[in-house]
Every structure is written in structure tokens, then in C-alpha cells.
Design a protein around this ligand. Sequence first.
Ligand SMILES: [Zn+2]
Length: 69
Amino acid sequence: MSNEQSGSRSGQGRRRPHDEAGQLIECPCGTVLRGESLDRVVAVAQSHAKAVHDMNLSSEQAESMARPS
Ligand SMILES: [Zn+2]
């Protein structure tokens, strides 16, 4: 019962192939952002873009930059 999953919305049966491998996004500034899933790394990249570059990065943009780590 204590399976800690942030945002566990209907994750069953619909897995993206890269979700389990971990993802990374390399920011143009050279910072490498990592997450254990696409959703996580997108969130990390968005907060990095906001905090460091004062930029609103859309999740589509972030996803297009993500690659398996
Ligand atoms: Zn950056």
C-alpha cells in the first residue's frame, strides 16, 4: 500500500518504452537534467528553465529534447 508514485494516474497498460530506462535532457546552457521517467525529467527541465533562464518551457518542447539516459 505504500507504493510511492507521484502522479500515478492510470499508469497501467500504457507504458512508453523509454519510461523505465530513465531520461535526460541536455539544456542548451550545458546543464544535464535527469529523471527516472519522461514526466519527471520534463518537470525538472521546466523548473530549470524557469529558475535559471526565466523561461516557460512547454512540456512538448521538453519532451522533444528528452532522450534515454
Ligand atoms: Zn539551462
